[in-house]
Design a protein around this ligand. Structure first.
Ligand code: ADP
Ligand code: MG
Length: 920
């Protein structure tokens, strides 16, 4: 229970009653809604239901989802000067018991009704106290990462704008909730890591106008099918850094509101003012609710964890006056205008009623306001409502209806959920930086290698020429030395020869001249030219000469071998060069791989986003009829997606890819030889086709034709499923529906259905045909080409998702048919009956799955509206279903329609009479 009281409950108590905090805490638990007053207070039953629900869901489902009821405070405006005079003799129409959190609404002098609220703020409550009781807990939640809403509801002049928008220029104590909330926000956020931005809008007659840029007067509302978040991509978003600029912004907005209303000739009391404060905070450390393994990926062995951001939104809504407006046109409005002016507010009332009663269908899509506030009521936001009332007994009626609105809102339960996500964008930025670093490093290394190689080649060249030079030099020297030696030896030999000759000549003379026997004895025994010693000497010299020659030869050999050595060294250098080149190539290879890996990561990112969408859809389906969207849009894919800059990273990357690669390129990949590429491409196209803004471009570029061709040419079920899903999305649009038909789409879809194994494929095909069924112009062709039979053929697969789409198709078809019959362009019995759909329709009219049941109930009503179908319907047992619908259909409009048909059809009346069933 304590999780249900505002954390600031005690601070209000302190503000009001000093030391009474403990006492009031006791009261608040004593009079908590679950133990509410038994008398007259209608709320008591529903509140105990709420408390039951709370006990099962009150504890958090996971760390970030908690069930929390919408909190409602009531604030009474003091009597104004006019009331002081005019009502002087009368008591206020209400009596407040703030300490009991009760309000008594006087019925007459002796009787009153008592109501209980989360906070009862008297005419004396200060603005500070109102802020702390109503808005502060919501602001604190928003700062923690939850969405939050603060809204004021009440009759014009009861103080909504006073409570929310007051600027407190004369007296700062008068500052309203908007200013005080921004003060708290700015005090909490860090200017470096967090971002606060604001848009300010006015909603009037179902048109959203930008109060920060008045030329922007038709802003569209976009819903993110994944998160269900709504956004206004066209609205001006101003970053807020300080309090002063915010105040100026509010003043500017107020001025524009005044100007716009003057131009449109309206009062501001007829328009809704909506302030949206977007807060983006990065989550540091471990206090993230996203588990640590989730979403991390590896790049070359390194774990990269995307940073986590919390993107929450505070919405402050100053609603139009809740008083009923005069539809007679006395205010200068036509009846149409009057309806339109009222539309959003009455739609809000209907949604709150439906949520309070736990009804299966909440008509969120009926108005812009309810679409904008879909997260605030029954969504994931923490919501606080202040209802403002005046004291005057003359407005008792309006005061009472305001109180009843507040009472119903107190029964609305939200599942508050932390708005946290991985910041894929900044991860991608980080990856890009890392890649750039690697590329630069690689380039640097490559340059260094190149330089080193050049240096070594130069050095080798230098050494080779040095060696060659010294070799030539040595050779020349040796040659010269040899020549010199040779010349010298020859000279020497000649001299010796001369000497010998002279000696020899002298001896002869001696021999010839003297008779002296001694000389004869000593010299004349053998008369030779050389003495034997001299010959030996010459021989020796010759030997020497030969040796010298050999040494020279050896030297030459040595030099030659040195040359060879150098050549070998050069070869080794060349080998090294080759090795380095190879390393360079490896390096380049590595780079290519790295780039491939990045590409793969990007495609994984795409895949993740696609699968996230898919699982989101499964989740939507798992929730069955409880999601408000299941009635209006059975294909969650068609919900428009939010693509603003601060949107989630995955989608942004799809868009980025789309921009980079180009649609034509993506479409051409649909015909790729590679099956993986084909699957991938069709997933990307499907993802793109899920966004309304892309659909026209895809069809223009021939994407629809390519998708249809793919149904024919591919045998892969995944391709079939995804392509059929994309076609179903494109088939939301009338022009595309005609295109699909003219390109033989029906027979392709029927063929795909016949081959399909997976119910999800059938669901997509059935969804596509169901969309075609809703086109008035295509009725005859659709039937002729077997569309109706193909749809009915799919009921063999009993999967509820498929059946829901079939039922939707049948309802669409029956609706168009009924329209054609009423306009006289069709005669004869319903084609659906002719084609044998009736037995299945009757069998499933009370199907326990509400989407199936509701569509069939509608289809039955359409069929029954035409007397010509009545006989077959009676024979087929459809009459009993109509009777059941007229009694217990959860939708009042269908119930009434069935009853009206039963009463007005002569055939049905006759049959009921025959069976003695009283249905007069
Ligand atoms: P609404 O926005 O609901 O039409 P306003 O906020 O414009 O109502 O209030 C109508 C008038 O009543 C204004 O003059 C405002 O100053 C005054 N007023 C409203 N609430 C209070 C309050 N709590 N105390 C004093 N004056 C108030
Ligand atoms: Mg106002």
């Amino acid at each position: 229970m304590s999780s249900y009281s505002y954390r600031n409950g005690s601070s209000i108590a302190r503000g009001g009653g000093g030391g009474g905090a403990v006492k009031v805490e006791n009261h608040s638990s004593k009079y908590s809604p679950s133990s509410s007053l038994k008398s007259k207070v209608q709320q008591s039953t529903a509140s105990s239901a709420t408390s039951l629900r709370r006990s099962s869901t009150g504890s958090s489902r996971d760390d970030s989802t908690v069930s929390r009821r919408v909190r409602v405070a009531v604030r009474l405006r003091p009597r104004n000067a006019e009331e002081m005079v005019a009502d002087a003799d009368f008591a206020d129409c209400v009596e407040l018991q703030p300490e009991l959190k009760r309000l008594k609404l006087r019925k007459n002098n002796w009787d009153s009704d008592t109501y209980e609220f989360d906070e009862v703020l008297t005419e004396f409550a200060s603005q500070k106290r109102v802020y702390e009781g109503v808005a502060k807990p919501v602001v604190e939640s928003v700062l923690e990462g939850y969405n939050g809403t603060v809204m004021a509801y009440g009759q014009t002049g009861t103080g909504k704008t006073y409570t929310l928008g007051r600027l407190g220029e004369e007296d700062a104590a008068d500052r309203g909730i908007m200013l005080r909330a921004m003060e708290d926000i700015l005090a909490e956020v860090s200017p470096e890591n967090d971002l606060v931005s604001v848009s300010y809008l006015q909603l009037y007659m179902e048109t959203v106008q930008d109060l920060l840029n008045p030329t922007n007067d038709s802003i569209s509302i976009v819903e993110d099918p994944k998160s269900g978040d709504v956004s206004l991509p066209g609205a001006t978003l101003v970053e807020i850094r300080d309090h002063k600029s915010f105040k100026e912004l509010l003043q500017l907005g107020e001025a524009h509101r005044f100007a716009a209303n003057t131009k449109l000739n309206t009062e501001s009391s007829r328009s809704h003012a909506i302030l949206m404060v977007h807060i983006k905070r990065s989550v540091k450390g471990r206090n993230s609710s996203l588990s640590s393994e989730n979403g991390s990926m590896t790049l070359m062995g390194k774990t990269l964890k995307p940073p986590v951001v919390r993107k929450s939104k505070l919405v402050i809504v100053d609603l139009a006056g809740s008083e009923r407006i005069d539809k007679s046109g006395s205010e200068g409005h036509t009846l149409e205008e009057a309806k339109s002016i009222n539309l959003s507010l009455s739609a809000l009332g209907k949604c709150i009623n439906a949520l309070a009663e736990n009804s299966a269908h909440v008509p969120v899509r009926d108005s812009k306001l309810t679409r904008l506030l879909r997260d605030s009521f029954g969504g994931t936001a923490r919501t606080s409502l202040v209802i403002t009332i005046g004291p005057s007994p003359r407005h008792r009626g309006e005061t009472s209806s305001t109180i009843m609105f507040g009472q119903r809102a107190m029964k609305v339960e939200n599942m508050v959920k932390i708005k946290e996500e991985f910041d894929y964008k900044s991860l991608s930025r980080r990856l890009e930086i890392q890649l750039d670093k690697l590329i630069a490093e690689h380039e640097r290394q490559q340059n260094a290698f190149q330089d080193e190689i050049e240096r070594m080649a130069l050095e080798a060249q230098k050494r080779i020429s040095e060696v060659e030079l010294s070799y030539a030099d040595a050779l020349e020297k040796e040659k010269l030395r040899c020549q010199k030696d040779y010349v010298e030896s020859v000279k020497r030999l000649e001299e010796q020869w001369k000497e010998k000759q002279e000696k020899h000549g002298h001896g002869k003379v001696k021999l010839g001249q003297s008779d002296d026997g001694i000389d004869q004895k000593s010299n004349g025994v053998t008369p030779v030219l050389f003495a034997p010693g001299e010959v030996a000497e010459i021989k020796q010299k010759l030997q020497n000469e030969i040796l010298l020659r050999k040494a020279a030869d050896a030297e030459i050999d040595n030099l030659k071998s040195q040359l060879i050595h150098w050549k070998q060294t050069e070869a080794a250098r060349n080998a090294e060069l080759l090795k380095l080149r190879k390393m360079l190539e490896d390096e380049a290879c590595q780079k290519a791989k790295l780039e491939e890996e990045i590409e793969m990561l990007q495609s994984q990112l795409l895949q993740i986003s696609y699968e996230a969408d898919e699982s989101r859809r499964n989740l939507d389906r798992g929730m069955g009829g409880n999601t408000p969207s299941s009635m209006d849009s059975l294909m969650p894919e068609v919900k428009h997606q939010q693509l603003r800059d601060s949107g989630d990273g995955e989608k942004a990357s799809v868009v980025k890819l789309f921009e980079q690669v180009g649609l034509h390129k993506i479409l051409s990949l649909l015909e790729s030889e590679d099956a993986d590429v084909r699957i991938h491409a069709v997933k990307v196209v499907a993802n793109l086709a899920a966004e309304e803004s892309n659909q026209e471009k895809i069809v223009e570029a021939g994407g629809l034709t390519s998708l249809l061709t793919l149904l024919k040419s591919s045998n892969d079920e995944i391709v079939h499923r995804v392509a059929a899903g994309a076609i179903a999305n494109l088939a939301m649009n009338e022009t595309n529906q005609e295109l699909i038909m003219s390109q033989g789409g029906i027979s392709l879809l029927s063929l795909t259905a016949a081959k399909a194994q997976d119910p999800q494929t059938l669901r997509m095909v059935a969804g596509a045909i169901a969309n075609l069924c809703g086109n008035d112009k295509l009725q005859a062709k659709l039937r002729a080409e077997g569309g109706v039979r193909a749809l009915l053929g799919m009921v063999g697969c009993r999967h509820p998702d498929v059946l829901a789409q079939v039922a939707r198709g049948i309802a669409n078809f029956a609706k168009c048919e009924s329209r054609a019959s009423s306009q006289g362009t069709k005669s004869g019995r319903s084609v659906l009956i002719e084609d044998g759909a009736l037995p299945w329709i009757v069998q499933n009219a009370n199907n326990e799955a509400s989407p199936i049941r509701r569509h069939i109930e509608l289809a039955l009503c359409h069929l029954a509206q035409h007397e010509i179908n009545a006989k077959e319907m009676i024979n087929g047992g459809a009459l009993w279903e109509l009777v059941r619908i007229s009694r217990d259909c959860s939708r009042e409009d269908i119930r009434t329609l069935a009853l009206r048909i039963l009463k007005s059809s002569p055939s049905f009346q006759a049959e009921l009479k025959r069976l003695r069933v009283d249905y007069g």
